[in-house]
Design a protein around this ligand. Structure first.
Ligand SMILES: *Cc1c(COP(=O)(O)O)cnc(C)c1O
Ligand code: SF4
Length: 350
């Protein structure tokens, strides 16, 4: 089946769930809540749906079936926890780090992750970059010679057709060598997306890597292995960013298995992210202490090749910092104080 028809077969409504797929009261309550239209939409591909084997606590199911907990907004949570708007010199371009920019290519995703941190944008119908927006972004990149890397993100940039994607890459390419990073969850949730046509579309851009998001070993099946092998066999490196999710993968055995299997597939576990303070995601967040303790265990068990960097994107635009046993400077107001590279302080809840 083509990826387009697999995507069209996605479940988007409560009524499309199979009769024997019983919702828990907390899940049911999301589907009947009037505020759901302001939140991240519900959509799941048939393949990712099939990976959910159990009830309300199932680690895959919890990533795509919303619950009423998404309406529980903590005072310290915000719609744009990383202050991306303040690092956006041109609409839909984020320039926070000197040598790399991030482009919000589309707001659409194949599956809407319930833990999504860019929830003010994902699935909000802003659509694909317009030709005018693309033009402005391309000019900005051309003018900023310090930019050596262009990250295509969103949303999921691989929801663009192959022709639109290669057209976009061509337009963004400045007259100097840059690296393209495609940040996409399609190898996990829509592996059919990785096909011969895609490989041909990106072949003219040899400086290209794919960064994906596997969060649980159960997400790696035959279809996913095929997609990853195809990328790697065609010279496209694949890296993985895992989001640390309470009750889903905050367990040393699960992460050990996930990172080991990814390494066997030649996918490098790049980051393990501490949860961002995005509205309605508290039920997914562990504490930093929990994450540090997991990392200590993983360090004893895993090859250095399989051990990701444990990191947090500091709330309030501080950027990404690595978390280790020296990161917490002190405790304050039910949370901990962390520092960015310049010594500026940031608070994160315990
Ligand atoms: C995460 C991120 C990057 C990439 O950071 P790396 O540490 O290179 O992975 C770039 N720009 C923005 C805005 C980001 O959020
Ligand atoms: S694929 Fe990425 S942008 Fe889309 S919902 Fe998941 S985390 Fe958010």
């Amino acid at each position: 089946m083509s990826w387009e028809s697999e995507l069209k077969g996605s479940l988007k409504k409560r009524g499309q769930l199979p009769k024997d797929f019983l919702l828990t009261p907390d899940e049911e309550a999301w589907f009947t809540h009037s505020g759901r239209t302001d939140g991240v939409p519900f959509s799941v591909t048939p393949l990712f749906f099939s990976r959910a084997a159990g009830g309300g606590k199932d680690p895959v199911r919890r990533q795509f079936i919303p619950t009423i907990a998404e309406f529980d907004k903590k005072p310290y949570e915000t719609a744009d926890p990383l202050w991306e708007a303040s690092f956006s010199p041109v609409p839909r371009l984020i320039h926070r780090y000197r040598n790399r920019v991030l482009v919000l290519v589309t707001d659409q995703c194949a599956v809407y992750c319930r833990h999504c941190f860019r929830r003010h944008f994902s699935g909000k119908a802003s659509g694909i970059l317009s030709p005018e927006e693309t033009e402005k972004i391309a000019l900005y990149i051309q003018d900023h010679e310090e930019v050596r890397e262009i990250i295509l993100s969103g949303g999921d940039p691989l929801l663009l057709s192959d022709s639109r994607l290669s057209e976009l890459l061509k337009k963004l390419l400045p007259g100097r060598e840059v690296l393209f990073r495609l940040a996409t969850r399609t190898p996990v949730v829509l592996p059919e997306r990785i096909n011969e046509n895609f490989i041909a579309a990106v072949a003219p851009f040899p400086n290209l890597v794919v960064v994906t998001q596997f969060n649980h070993p159960r997400e790696i099946g035959r279809e996913n292995r095929r997609a990853l092998n195809m990328l790697i066999d065609n010279g496209i490196p694949v890296l993985n960013q895992t989001v640390l999710l309470k009750g889903i993968n905050d367990d040393a055995d699960i992460l050990e298995e996930l990172f080991t299997r990814l390494t066997f597939l030649k996918v490098h576990p790049y980051y393990l992210f501490q949860g961002d303070l995005a509205e309605g995601t508290a039920h997914f967040r562990t504490t930093i202490d929990d994450g540090l303790s997991l990392m200590r265990t993983l360090k004893e068990r895993l090859s250095g090749l399989s051990l990701p960097v444990y990191a947090l994107d500091l709330p309030g635009g501080g950027g990404k910092v690595r978390l280790d046993d020296t990161s917490i400077k002190r405790r304050e107001k039910g949370g901990c104080i962390l520092e960015d590279g310049t010594g500026k302080e940031y608070w994160y809840p315990d």
